[in-house]
Design a protein around this ligand. Sequence first.
Ligand SMILES: O=C([O-])CC(=O)C(=O)O
Ligand SMILES: [Mg+2]
Length: 543
Amino acid sequence: MTVVLTPYWSNGQQRLKAEPNPPPPPPKGFLPAAFDESVHEQRCLAQLRSKEKGIEKYIYLSQLKHADESMFYRLVLGQMNEITPLIYTPTVGDACLQHSHNFRRPEGLYISIRDKGKIGQVLRNWPRTDEARISVVTDGSRILGLGDLGVNGMPISIGKLSLYVAGAGIRPQSTVPVCLDLGTNTQKYLDDPLYLGLRQKRVSQDVMTEFMEEFMHEMTRTFPKLLVQFEDFSTDSAFLYLEKFRNRYPVFNDDIQGTGAVVLSGFINAAKLSSAASGMPLADHRILFLGSGSAGVGVGMQLMSFFRLQGLSEAEAKSRIYYVDSQGLIYDARGPMAEHKKYFSRKDYNGPAVTNLVDIIEYVKPTALLGLSTIKGAFTKEVVELMASLNPKPIIFPLSNPVRLCEVDFQDAIEWTQGRVLFASGSPYADVTYGGKRFVCRQGNNMYIFPGLGLGSILVRATSVTDGMVEASSLGLADSLTGDERKTDSIYPSLDRIREISAFIALRVIRQAQKENVDRSSDLRRLSDAELLKFVTRKMWNP
Ligand SMILES: O=C([O-])CC(=O)C(=O)O
Ligand SMILES: [Mg+2]
C-alpha cells in the first residue's frame, strides 16, 4: 500500500527515486487496526464491480494504479479475463476518445512538435532513465479503428504497457508511455476547448520525418537499454518509420508485426483443424482479406510464412492471398494504388471491377476470411453462410477493434455456421451456447504477442527486432496450446496463462536472436532451454 503525500506531478519521480521497491508500509496510524492486504483485494474488486459503465471501471482502475500499483496488478493478474477488457481493448478505446475530458494526472511523456530541437531535454525529465526498458510510442493518428485522435491516443500507450507488466512481468518503473503531438486532422478535437493537444493540423510527412529522426536518436541516447514499440500510427507512417528505423534501433511495429504474428499463430492452428475436416492440404488454403491498412497488409506478409513453411515458393504463397479494399478486389489492372497495396495486388485478374464481397467470395472460394476493415457488420449473414457452404470448418477472423467496429459478432458467426466456424476476433466476446454446446471466443489480438516478443528482445538485449524473431514469437504462441485447449478447437490459449505463454514466447525469441547474432546478452547462450526458461520466469516482476 503506497500512501501518496506528494504533489501529483512529483509522485512518480518521488516514488521512483526515493523509495525502495517494494515501498515501505505506511506509518503506524495511517491504516485501521484490522486492515489486511488480502481482504483489501476483495474490497477493491467489490468497488470495481460496483461501477456500471466500462469507462467508470477504467477510471477506478487508473486511480488504483496510481495510488497502489501493486494492488492494481494483483487484481489484473487475478482476474485477467475480467480486467483486460477494462484496461485495454475495448474500453481503452473509450478512454482515448474521452482522454481530454477525463485527464487527471500525467502518466507518460507528451512530446510535441514544438519540442523539436530539444527533445532530449524533455526525455531526460523522466525519472530513472537507466531503468527504462520498453516504451510504447503512438502519434495518435490511427487509434484502434477510431481514426485520428491526436494526443488523446495516450491511453493506448498506457494500456499496452500495463499488459507488459501484467503479461510479461516487466517492472512497472521500466515502462515509458509516450504520445507524440504532431497535430490532429480531426476538427472536433481542434474545436474542443478541453482538448489537450496542439490546436493545429498534422505537420507534413517531411517535417514529421525530421522530428522522428531526432526523437529516435534522443530516445536511445536518453534510455540506453530501451526497446521501442510503435503503436497505432496511420498506415503510411507505420510502414515508413518501421522501415526507416528497424535496422538502426531495437524497434518493432505492433500493428504490422504484432498483429501479423498473432494472426499467423491462430491461422496455423485453425488451418490444421480446417484441413482435418475437409481433407484439403494445408498448402491449398486461400485467404481473403477485407481491409488493406497497416494491420491488414502486415498480417498478409506474416501469413506468407505459413505457406513458406508448407514448402511453397514466394510467388505460390502470394497467389494464395487476396485483398479487398473500399473499391473491391485489389488487382493491377484496376489502376493506380497506394504503395503498400501493390505487393498483394492480383496480376491474374483482368475482368471488370468486383466490389461486392459475396461476388468476390464466389470468385476466390476462400477457406479463410479475415477482417481488418473497421466496417461493422461487413461479414453479413449471406457472407458467413456462403463461407460455411464452401467449407466444412470456415475460418472467419473479424479482427477490427474495438468491438463495435467488428465485422461480425461471435454469436451470429456461431449461429450462421451451425457452430462450425473457426473464429477469432480482435476484441473480446462473451461465451456463446449453441445446440447445447458452449463456445469460447478467443481473441486474435496482438496482446498475446507483444509482451513475450518484448520480454525476449529486452532480456537478450537485441540490437534489432528481426523478422525471424517476430516469426519465432508467432510459432511459439501456436505451440503453447495445451492438450485440453486443442481438444476444444481452441486456436489460442487461455489468457489466464499469459505469463507462462509470454515466457515461452520470450525463450523462442531469444534463441532466434542468438541465431541471427543480434543478441548482446551473450551469457544467455550458455543456458539450456530449461535453464533459459527458468531465467526468463525468474526475471518477471510480481506484484
Ligand atoms: O490494441 C489492440 O487491441 C490491437 C491493436 O493494436 C489495434 O487494434 O490497433
Ligand atoms: Mg494497435
